[in-house]
Design a protein around this ligand. Structure first.
Ligand code: MN
Length: 463
C-alpha cells in the first residue's frame, strides 16, 4: 500500500518546498508536484491532506533517560511510556543512554538496555553507551560496540558513581578518535560542587535553593574548558551535552577559535525556564531540580543567540522524569531530590512556538536542531533526519496557528506534573508517520510499539 502526504510545506535544513510526498514500504519514494495523478482509479491509497501545514523529518531526541535507576529510585518513564510520549510529540527516534555500571562489561550494559527497551518502543530507538569503569578490557570492547551500531558514547565529569578522571578522559578520547566514535560529555566540576554542597549542609541550608547555589555556571564552564583542552591534545571533536550558560558558550567559542571542532546541545528548559523557579514555595522548586541547573534570563538569551548563529547544533530534552512523590525523597535534603524532569513530549511544539513563531530561529534551523544535525552527528543520516527519496518515511505534520496549552492532564509522559504546565503553545503536532505508518493521527497516538532498534553508523560532521 502506498500513501501520499499532499500539499504540505516540506521543511529541510536548506529551505522549504511545497510538494507531495509519496511513501511506499516505509520509505519516501518520490517528492514532487501533483503526485496524486500517479494513481489509477482502483488503487487503494491513503492520502493525508497537509495543505497549510509544515512537514518536518521526524524529530530525533538524542538525550533521554528511560527506565534509569537514580539515587535509590527509578525514572517514572520507561521505554514504553517514554516513547509513546515521544512519538506523540513528533519524535520518531530517541537515543537513550545505555550505562555501564562499575564492574560491568560494555556488552553486559548493552544487553541490559536491550532488555529494557526491546519490544516496548513506539518510536525507533538506539543507545549511546555511558562509560564509568575504564580499563583495558573495556577499551578492547569498543570495537564490538561500534560493530553493534553503538557509535556514540557518554562521559561524566561529575557524579562519583559515573565520572572518570582526566587520565581516563585522555585515553578514552584517543580510542574514540581511532574508532570514529563521538562522545557527549556532562560537564560540571565535581570537586567544586562537592565542596559547596558540604558548606551548604554545614550551614543547615537543606532546601531546594541549595541545588542551583552549589552548581554555579563557572563550575560548568571550567569542566567544558578542561574537556576541550583534553580534546585539543587528542585532536578529536567532542559534543558538550545540555549546555546551559553563557560562560560555557564562551569557552566553546575560544576552543573553536583555536581551530577545534566542538558540537553543543541545549534543551528547551534551559531556553525557557530560569533559576527563579527554585525559589517557589512549598517544595514546588523540586520539580525543576536538574543538573546542570536552570540558569538566568541572560543565559537564556545567550543560548537563543547561539542557536540563531549556528553555535549550538542540537536541541534535545534530557528527559529524566520523576513524580512529585519521588521528588519528596529530598524534601529535607536537597541532595536527595532525584535530578531530572520530563520533556520528551513537548520539545517540538515549544521550539516551534518560542523559536520559530517568535522569530528567534527559522523553520530551517528548527529542522537542523531537531532532525538533521542529530541524524548526522549520531550516524543516522540520510536514513533519518531528512525528507529525501530513499529515506525512512518518518514525517511530522505540524499545523501552525493552532493555540493550545500544555497540561499534565493531556500528556502521555508518565508523571503527575508537566514542567511546562500552563504554557501557551502555537501549532500542533497533527500527524506523525513512523517508517510510513501513521502512528499519530489528530494528535492522538493510534499505533503503539512499532519502534525498531537502529544500528548507527559513524558521525558525519555538521557546520
Ligand atoms: Mn542526561
Amino acid at each position: 500500500m502506498r500513501s501520499l502526504v499532499r500539499g504540505g510545506t516540506i521543511v529541510r535544513g536548506t529551505g522549504c518546498e511545497r510538494a507531495d510526498i509519496l511513501i511506499e514500504d516505509g520509505k519516501i519514494v518520490r517528492i514532487g508536484q501533483g503526485l496524486g495523478e500517479l494513481f489509477s482509479d482502483d488503487e487503494e491509497v491513503v492520502v493525508e491532506d497537509a495543505e497549510g501545514s509544515y512537514v518536518f523529518p521526524g524529530f530525533i531526541d538524542a538525550h533521554t533517560h528511560f527506565d534509569l535507576h537514580v539515587g535509590g529510585t527509578v525514572t517514572a518513564d520507561d521505554f514504553e511510556t517514554g516513547t509513546k510520549a515521544a512519538v506523540r510529540g513528533g519524535t520518531t527516534t530517541i537515543i537513550d543512554f545505555g550505562t555501564q555500571y562499575h564492574g560491568e562489561t560494555l556488552k553486559q550494559a548493552l544487553k541490559n538496555w536491550h532488555e529494557k527497551a526491546d519490544g516496548k518502543c513506539s518510536c525507533d530507538y538506539s543507545f549511546h553507551m555511558s562509560i564509568s569503569d575504564w580499563n583495558e578490557a573495556v577499551s578492547a570492547e569498543l570495537d564490538d560496540m561500534m560493530a553493534e551500531g553503538i557509535t556514540s558514547f557518554k562521559l561524566y565529569m561529575t557524579y562519583p558513581d559515573m565520572m572518570v578522571d582526566d587520565r581516563a578522559f585522555y585515553q578514552i578520547l584517543k580510542r574514540f578518535k581511532e574508532l570514529g566514535g563521538i562522545t557527549g560529555v556532562h560537564c560540571e566540576n565535581s570537586g567544586i560542587i562537592d565542596a559547596m554542597r558540604e558548606e551548604a549542609v554545614k550551614r543547615g541550608e537543606m532546601g531546594v535553593w541549595s541545588h542551583p547555589a552549589t552548581r554555579p555556571a563557572a563550575a560548568e564552564a571550567e569542566a567544558i574548558d578542561r574537556l576541550l583542552r583534553i580534546a585539543e591534545v587528542v585532536d578529536v571533536p567532542v559534543m558538550v551535552v545540555h549546555l546551559t550558560c553563557k560562560e560555557g558558550l564562551d569557552v566553546i567559542r575560544a576552543a573553536r577559535m583555536r581551530g577545534q571542532q566542538v558540537f553543543a546541545e541545549t534543551c528547551p528548559q534551559y531556553l525557557l525556564m530560569d533559576e527563579s523557579l527554585y525559589r517557589l514555595a512549598d517544595f514546588e522548586g523540586a520539580k525543576y531540580v536538574i543538573a546542570p541547573p536552570l540558569r538566568t534570563k541572560e543565559d537564556q538569551k545567550a543560548l537563543w543567540e547561539a542557536l540563531e548563529n549556528g553555535e549550538i547544533q542540537t536541541i534535545s530534552t534530557d528527559h529524566c522524569s520523576f513524580t512529585t512523590k519521588q521528588k519528596e525523597l529530598g524534601r529535607d535534603d536537597f541532595r536527595k531530590i532525584p535530578g531530572g524532569m520530563a520533556g520528551v513530549e513537548t520539545r517540538g511544539v515549544l521550539v516551534y512556538t518560542y523559536g520559530v513563531d517568535e522569530g528567534k530561529i527559522s523553520l530551517e534551523q528548527m529542522c537542523q536542531f531537531l532532525s538533521e544535525h542529530p541524524a548526522k552527528l549520531y550516524g543516522l543520516y540520510p536514513q533519518k533526519g531528512c525528507i529525501q527519496e530513499g529515506s525512512d518515511a518518518d514525517l511530522v505534520v505540524l499545523k501552525p496557528h493552532v493555540q493550545d496549552t500544555i497540561t499534565a492532564a493531556d500528556q502521555l509522559q508518565n508523571v503527575d506534573y508537566a514542567p511546562f504546565e500552563g504554557t501557551r503553545v502555537t501549532g500542533r503536532i497533527e500527524t506523525v508517520y513512523l517508517r510510513g505508518e501513521k502512528v499519530v493521527d489528530r494528535h492522538e497516538l493510534v499505533q503503539e510499539k512499532r519502534g525498531m532498534f537502529l544500528k548507527r553508523g559513524k558521525m558525519q560532521s555538521v557546520r
